[in-house]
Design a protein around this ligand. Structure first.
Ligand code: TXA
Ligand code: MG
Length: 344
């Protein structure tokens, strides 16, 4: 299959809408990461997403809408006051809500679950594509399964060339991490995947929030994941990643020692660090994760891909405090590291 890479223009959006209606796949930008879309009401089309990504069949997808009014037909309940408050405050935006599903949502989208995840993205190209298609669009991140999520059209092309007919290029994604996934089926909104909408913000909006405790640890033997995506080793670079956590000067000192020891063993180590710490690593090979948690959110997936391109076989990354947006950054870094976190 030939893969076309087109900048976002009205013609390209119209072409994308046609492909989606015809049961084909289109990769498109959102404010979080690039998505790999298909008609969410067509089970056969949705199967193509799993094939193109090599995604395990038991990991459900998010249905993307371009107006609040498109939610009702997809779900089997009236949204609760808490859900309505979240939608009013955070949609369109980087937030996904889980509700009991209606019968029109095929089982391919929800991987057999009786709930459906729905998001109204803010990115104008994503909204225009959904409008052009005239149907909700089911879309996971547009990476091959297990690879870091794509935050540029070039990342999508690296993973999907020959596997999708069209990639819409809308430049860099603003947030850089996937949406906050919130389960709305219980009494209290429960964060299953942290993202740009933080637990504190959710609490401000609807008075209560729970954060699933699987967010910052691997699943235990035999544990059933509330969000199936949590059980897979995600976002992983080819090299073995270790996260080093603790007081600033000690972290830099520890990473310098780990790097030097790896070099002595004949390995190709690489450091991921906050911009202001890079000079502290001297001549060692170090890539910047940006200035703070927001910078890290924006940069982390791209740097994990760079690490692969540089052929690094061991990686050492600094941590950020796991609060606010830092919780989302540490969730993704933690998963990439298989939660191999060293305290110094
Ligand atoms: O920002 C985003 O959310 C991006 C863009 C493209 O919108 N999409 C994305 O999709 O990250 P994906 O498939 O990579 O992640 C969806 C996550 C997975 O962890 C999945 O297990 C979870 O949402 N999920 C989807 N439906 C669910 C459901 N019914 N119950 C629990 N978890 C669900
Ligand atoms: Mg993904």
């Amino acid at each position: 299959m030939q893969t076309e890479l087109l900048p976002v223009t009205p013609e390209a959006i119209a072409r994308g809408g046609e492909l989606i209606r015809g049961g084909q796949l289109v990769a498109f930008p959102t404010e979080t990461v690039y998505g790999l879309g298909a008609n969410a009401l067509d089970g056969e089309a949705v199967k193509r997403i799993f094939e193109a990504k090599g995604r395990p069949g038991d990991n459900p997808l998010i249905a993307h809408i371009s107006a609040i009014g498109q939610l009702a037909p997809l779900i089997a309940v009236e949204p609760s006051p808490a859900a309505r408050a979240l939608m009013a405050a955070c949609w369109p935006g980087p937030m996904t809500l889980i509700f009991p599903k209606s019968d029109i949502v095929p089982r391919e989208v929800t991987a057999g679950l009786d709930t459906v995840a729905v998001r109204f993205p803010a990115h104008p190209a994503a909204r225009a594509l959904i409008d052009a298609a005239g149907v909700p669009i089911a879309a996971p991140s547009a990476n091959r399964s297990g690879r870091p999520s794509p935050t540029t059209a070039r990342h999508v092309l690296e993973d999907m060339a020959g596997r999708v007919p069209l990639i819409l290029d809308g430049g860099d994604c603003a947030v850089g991490l996937e949406s906050t996934v919130i389960d709305m089926t219980g009494d209290t909104p429960r964060v299953l995947r942290p993202g740009g909408i933080t637990p504190r913000r959710i609490e401000e909006i609807c008075g209560g929030v729970a954060v699933d405790d699987a967010v910052m640890r691997p699943l235990k033997e035999g544990e059933v994941a509330r969000s199936p995506g949590m059980k897979y080793r995600h976002y992983a670079p080819a090299g073995a990643l270790t996260i080093v956590q603790g007081e600033e000067a000690r972290v830099i000192e520890a990473i310098r020692r780990l790097y030097d020891a790896a070099l002595d063993e004949g390995k190709r180590p690489l450091i991921l660090a906050l911009e202001s710490h890079i000079p502290g690593y001297g001549p060692r090979m170090a890539l910047s994760l940006g200035a703070d948690a927001a910078g890290m959110a924006h940069a982390v997936f791209a740097r994990l891909r760079d690490a692969d391109d540089l052929g690094a076989d061991v990686l050492f990354s600094e941590a950020v405090p796991a609060d606010g947006l830092g919780l989302a950054v540490m969730n993704r870094l933690g998963r990439a590291a298989g939660f191999h976190i060293v305290e110094v």
